[in-house]
Structure formats: C-alpha cells, structure tokens
Design a protein around this ligand. Structure first.
Ligand code: ACO
Length: 376
C-alpha cells in the first residue's frame, strides 16, 4: 500500500460524495439523486444549486428566498469593474479575466462564512463574465437585475435586453446539465484547496484555472467552427474524411469515462431541438443531427473496437450558439454552471475534512556533494 504509482490518479477514489454519480459503461449520470434527464429540463439553475447544497429540492418559499438571496449577491464594485475593463483592454482571454474578476470580487465581501462565500461565488460569476464581455465589445456593462432568474439575468447582462423564454430555458437546461460531474479535474482542485482549510473563494479561483486547460473545458468552440463549416455547405462525409486523413481528432466525439453516448449529449440535443424548433430555425439543427449520424458511423469504421460517440461538447456548441452565447464565452459559461458543483463539493469536503495529500515517487539523485559556484 502506498508504493504503487498511479499517474493521473486514474481509477483512484479519494472522496465520498452524494453530489453526482457517473457510470461510464452504461452512460448514466445522476445529479443530487436525480437521473440527469429528470433534472435538467425541469429545474431552474437555482433549484439545482439548492439541491446540491442541501441534498433536497427547496419548497416554493425556500426557492423564492434562495433566488432572492443569490440575486442580492450579484453586484460587483467599481474596483472589480476596473480589473475587468483592463483585462478586456489587454485582450486577456475570457477565462483569465474570470479568474482575475473572481479573485477581485471577494474584496470587501463577507467571506467569513463558507456558506455565504459559496453563494456569493455562484451569484457573481455571470456578472464578472458579462462585464468583461461588454468591455471587450467596447460597450458599457449592464448592471444585474434582481428580478430576473440566474440564467435570464446572465443573458440580459450580455445583451442588454431581456431574453426570450426559449433562450432562458435552453441556457438553464445547459447549466443544470454540466453543474456537476464526479471528481473531474477542476472539482478535485477545489476540494484540494479547501482540504487545507483554505477558503472557498480561493478554491473557486483555482478551479477556474484548472477548467481553462484545453483537456478540460476548451472543446465546444472548435465544435462550433466545425458545425458552421458543414452548415455553410461542406459535405459532412468529405469533411470527416479530411480530418481523418489529416490525422486529426473529430471534436465533440469520444470521452475518457463514457464508452457510450455521453448522457449529457442526449439532454442537450433534446434541449437544442426544442430551442431551434421554437425559434423557427431548424435548418442549422438538422445539419447538426445529420453530421452526428455521419460522424458516428465513420468513427466506427475509423477506430473499430473503440466506441467513439458524441460527447457533451457537441450539443453544447449547438445549444449555446442557439441561445446567443458568443463562442468565446463557451468555457466561461461552463464555469458559470460548474461553480455550483465546485462550491457544493467544497462544503461537502469541509463537513468531513481530511487534507488531500498524496505522495510522489522520487526519481532524482541522492547523495550529491556540494561544489562551490566558482568550481562548477
Ligand atoms: N476523433 C478521432 N479519433 C479519436 C477521437 C476523435 N474524437 N477520440 C479518440 N480517437 C482515437 C484516438 O486517436 C485513439 O486512436 P489510436 O489508438 O490510433 O491512437 C483512439 O481513438 C483511442 O483514443 P484515446 O486517446 O484512448 O481516447 P481518450 O479516452 O484518451 O480521449 C478524448 C478522450 C480526449 C475526449 C478524445 O476522445 C478526444 O480527443 N476527443 C476530441 C476532443 C473532444 O471532443 N474533447 C471534449 C471531451 S468532453 C469533456 O472532456 C468535457
């Protein structure tokens, strides 16, 4: 025990959680006790977060109070706006701006209680992202509105106008779908940070840095580029073949854990379908579905024996594009959802904490003797 090396901690369980369960062979994802399909299209994002924090759904009164509580924590001060304006002027990428903004947004707020700081983190992420984005577009930020839901307010702050119900429902389904996913890298990071009895804002900041990496949060942007090329007239078969011939991977397909179609893809595909139907623009979505069929069939021939199916990023791109999230904000929008999971994991870790402190195998020299600098 202890001598075996596990690069990447693959297959190692380091925490007990009631927050989410993944069965990669069966394609099953449970969030807060609900099969994903049961939760994602029914809940508001506020209900999902309440569920993760409290292990039950809120009553109607509790939901009103929770909504109001989160909404009252959305504002950022002028010092945070300054940071975000400068980040936008310096062309800092959105995830870097989010990291800076989240760190700055803890200035002057009550982070004494982890519960309170966790709610502040969830509430303030959309304001940070939207404020940065408005500056990036050369526009003044739009202040948050307390009367709008979490999802509606994010779209409102981005565009300066109230979103349609269809767009809010589409975004809300997305936010619920990716709010938690086992001990992924950013969630693990958050738990490591609080396991030292550091605070949840530090955990959120570190988790944003982890999610930024292309191996974790970065695929939906390239998926949208691909879908647009096909929608603009490229033949899907020729497109896929050209990728294979170039030795490239097809974005939005394959997953480390799932050996079947990612269950999140089914939920997001249904949400995207109803969104595009309601908005009367089915042409793009038809292309997306045709492309999936062609790609899965061709991947089966390309890599026989390795089931490569659609992952979450494929329909994320289609859905977020539809509801009006700019491609550059796909990963920050992922963070706006996942911060709910990060915060719930932090509180769960703290409730029964043991510092996360793995070991390493030493492969360096031993017994070196000192040579003074002038003699080296
Ligand atoms: N297109 C073409 N070939 C692929 C793809 C793909 N999307 N995915 C895997 N393969 C091939 C690999 O090249 C490999 O072939 P080889 O054995 O000849 O080298 C074989 O299938 C097995 O692949 P692995 O590397 O074992 O797959 P792994 O489980 O490590 O990777 C990953 C999973 C990173 C998601 C991969 O499928 C991939 O790069 N997909 C495209 C990028 C993408 O969509 N990323 C978002 C993932 S969703 C998420 O993480 C939130």
């Amino acid at each position: 025990m202890g001598d075996e090396l596990n690069r990447g901690l693959e297959g190692i369980a380091v925490a007990e959680t009631r927050l989410s369960y993944i069965d990669g062979e069966e394609g099953e994802l449970i969030i807060g006790g609900f099969p994903l399909a049961e939760l994602a299209g029914n809940a508001t994002y506020e209900e999902s977060v309440f569920l993760l924090l409290n292990d039950r759904l809120p009553t109607a009164t509790e939901l009103d109070e929770f909504r109001a509580d989160l909404a009252a924590r959305r504002e950022i001060g002028s010092e945070v706006r300054d940071v975000l304006r400068r980040a936008a002027e310096a062309d800092e990428p959105p995830m870097d701006a989010l990291r800076m903004g989240v760190a700055a947004a803890s200035l002057g707020t009550d982070v004494d209680s982890n519960e309170s700081a966790a709610k502040r983190a969830v509430a303030v992420f959309p304001t940070v992202v939207a404020t940065y984005w408005r500056y990036r577009q050369g526009e003044e930020p739009v202040s948050p509105r307390e009367d709008l839901s979490h999802a509606a307010n994010y779209l409102y702050m981005l565009n300066g106008e109230e979103p349609t119900d269809a767009a809010v429902r589409g975004l809300e389904t997305y936010l619920n779908t990716v709010v938690d996913h086992g001990l992924n890298a950013s969630t693990f990071t958050a738990r490591v940070v609080v396991s030292t009895e550091s605070d949840v804002v530090s955990a959120a900041t570190a988790a944003v840095g982890t999610l930024k990496g292309p191996l974790h949060g970065g695929a939906p942007g390239p998926v949208l580029d691909m879908l647009r090329e096909v929608a603009d007239g490229d033949d899907p078969r020729a497109y896929v073949q050209a990728k294979f011939d170039a030795g490239e991977r097809l974005m939005g397909f394959g997953h480390r854990v799932y050996r079947v179609r990612d269950p999140r893809a089914a939920v997001l595909s249904a949400a995207a379908e109803s969104f595009y139907e309601e908005s009367g623009d089915t042409e793009f979505f038809d292309t997306v579905q045709e492309f999936e069929d062609v790609a899965v069939e061709m991947l089966a021939d390309h890599k026989p024996g390795r089931r490569l199916e659609t992952n979450v990023e494929f329909y994320t791109a289609a859905l977020l594009h539809g509801v009006g999230i700019p491609k550059d904000l796909f990963t920050t929008t992922f963070a706006i959802s996942r911060v709910g999971g990060w915060m719930a994991h932090c509180l769960e870790q703290l409730a029964d904490n043991r510092i996360i402190r793995p070991r390493s195998h030493y492969v360096g020299e031993k017994g070196r003797t000192w040579t003074p600098a002038e003699e080296r």
